[in-house]
Structure formats: C-alpha cells, structure tokens
Write a protein that binds this ligand. Structure first.
Ligand code: BV8
Length: 251
C-alpha cells in the first residue's frame, strides 16, 4: 500500500528517526523468518529446543549445526531493497538510529553504518565459558569446536532466550526509542521482549509510530500508521516519496 501523504508530511519535518527491524526485513533476501508456518526456522523445532543455553548444553551438536546451516545460508544471500532503502533513508534525517533484532548482518552488508544489534550476530562466535568472542580455532573436527584458550564449547555470538541482551546496545536502543520524533517498526512480529517493548515506549514518549508488515501484529492497533505490505516494496516507496518532497525544516 502506498504510504499516506500525512506520513510524508510528518517525516518532512522529522529530525530524529528511529527504526526497529525484524526478520521480515530479511525475508525478501531469502532468509526464512522465525514464525512463517512452513518455511519458518522454527517450523520443525520450538525456540526453546534450539535458541536457549539449556538447549545448547542439552544438545550442543544440534544447536551448533542449526546455526552453521543458518550461517551458510546468510553467506549466500544479498541485502534486498528494504535494506538498501534504509541505507538511503539514513542520509535524509539529521538523527537516524537503526536497531535490529536480526543476527544476519545484512544491514551492515547493505551499507548501514551504525547498526544496534540487539540480539548479536550469527557470523560471530564466542566461548560459552568465557563469554568472549573467538575469531579462529584449530579444526579438530569437534562439533561444536572447542575454545583455543580454555577448551570450553564455542557457540554463536547471539542472544538466546532467557539470556540478557547486551547492556550497551539495549540502553542505546531504549534511548533512541524515547527521544525520536518518528519510530518505524519494520518486519517484526512484536512478540519477543524486551525488543517488542520499544515501539510502545516510543509511543508513550510522544513519537509517531509507523508499522510496516504484511500481517497484523499485537502492536498494529496502537500504531499511528500501519502500512500493510512487504518491506522491500513499502520502504523504497517511502524513500521515493520523501525524495520527491523537500524537507519542511529547510534542511
Ligand atoms: C530476556 C537471536 C531476561 C537468536 C532471538 C520466560 C523465561 C525467560 C524469559 C522469558 C520468559 N517469557 C518471556 C520471556 C522473555 C523472552 C520472550 O520475549 N519470549 C517470547 C517468546 C514471549 N525474551 C527473552 O528471553 C530475551 N531475554 O528476557 O532476558 C534476562 C534479564 C537479565 C538476566 C537474564 C535474563 C531474549 C530474547 C532474544 C531471543 N533471541 N534471536 C537467533 O536468531 O537464533 S529472538 C528472534 O525472534 C529474533 O531475534 C526476534 O527478536 C524474535 C522475533 O522475531 P521477528 O524478527 O519478529 O521475526 P518473526 O519471524 O517472529 O516475525 C517476522 C515478521 O515479519 C512477521 O510479523 C511477518 O508478518 C513479517 N514479514 C514477513 N515477510 C515480510 C515481513 N515484514 C515485512 N516485509 C516482508 N517481506
């Protein structure tokens, strides 16, 4: 659906834009989302079977191999028009913050500069014991591989369920949500906290909140604007309309 003119007018006079993205932004790159019934990453497993510390300790090989499969998939895909539109939108606003729940690194590969990764990055590996990033390790054939420093199990550097989000990133994301003029929530089911609390926090702090998602979410009814469409179509349309109308504050 075409973004309404009222939204373009609001964005023309917006200084601070904060964007939160979820798996839906990477869907058009071919990265399965978590909840799509058939193709969803969790179609055959429940999140707690794969994305928790207990699941990893219960079956480290299964969990490591699930992430290795996802890493392999992410390495073969490209950023899509949604990622690229966000790179261009960053240049149109005096203050622009991109917060992502995605762990695929596609925003950075598209050219987005300061990306707040709330849930880590699947291309980074860390030691389960020491909780420090490990960049290389001897190929001993172990699955998962062992930490070259302490011999502990290596794991993906992502935030699992029941794990705390990185404090610096969560604080920065919260600040950007509480101080923005417009908050854009794109491609997320708004189900997983604390990330899912950010749009509501922005709304309560007085921001205009926009949701872009082909499906309704628990937040849709609270959004000022709900654009029902794929991010790879709606975001480029929004960008084109913004470019066609000069900013209202003379910048
Ligand atoms: C925490 C990284 C506390 C890993 C992810 C009981 C015990 C403990 C905690 C809890 C509990 N009950 C609830 C909780 C909190 C829990 C939670 O919220 N659970 C939910 C299930 C209720 N949260 C946590 O555990 C968090 N930590 O609370 O810690 C704490 C504090 C101090 C000390 C210790 C502990 C950690 C949550 C992070 C989990 N990690 N990912 C990995 O990737 O494997 S979550 C993962 O799912 C994503 O990162 C994302 O955050 C989340 C939701 O996914 P989405 O991105 O929204 O994707 P989804 O598939 O759901 O939806 C896709 C959407 O896109 C859909 O709406 C679809 O319509 C749309 N779409 C599709 N195509 C398109 C599109 N949109 C646009 N364009 C398209 N083309």
């Amino acid at each position: 659906m075409k973004p309404p003119v009222a939204l373009i007018d609001k964005l023309r006079s917006t200084r601070r834009l904060t964007v939160l993205t979820g798996a839906g932004v990477s869907a058009e790159s071919g990265v399965p989302t978590f909840r799509d019934a058939q193709t969803g990453l969790w179609a055959n497993f429940k999140p707690e079977d794969l994305a928790t510390p207990r699941a990893f300790l219960r079956n480290p090989k299964l969990v490591w191999e699930w992430y290795a499969w996802r890493r392999g998939l992410v390495a073969t895909v490209q950023p899509n028009p949604a990622h690229l539109a966000l790179v261009e939108m960053e240049k149109l606003f005096p203050e622009f913050t991109l917060i992502t729940q995605n762990v695929d690194g596609l925003h950075q590969r598209a050219g987005s500069r300061n990306v707040i990764e709330l849930h880590g990055n699947i291309t980074r590996t860390k030691c389960f014991q020491e909780n420090t990033v490990v960049t290389d390790w001897p190929d001993t054939g172990d699955v998962p591989p062992k930490c070259p420093r302490c011999g502990g199990l290596l794991r993906p550097d992502v935030v699992w369920f029941e794990e705390a989000l990185p404090e610096k990133e969560l604080n920065a994301a919260t600040h950007a949500s509480l101080t923005c003029d417009v908050f854009l929530s794109v491609g997320t089911s708004s189900l997983v906290y604390p990330a899912a609390g950010l749009p509501g926090a922005a709304l309560n702090a007085g921001a205009t909140v926009v949701e872009i998602n082909p499906q309704p979410t628990p937040f849709t009814d609270r959004a000022h604007f709900a654009l029902a469409g794929p991010a790879g179509i709606v975001l480029p349309e929004l960008l084109a309309m913004l470019r066609a109308t000069p900013r209202g504050d003379g910048e």
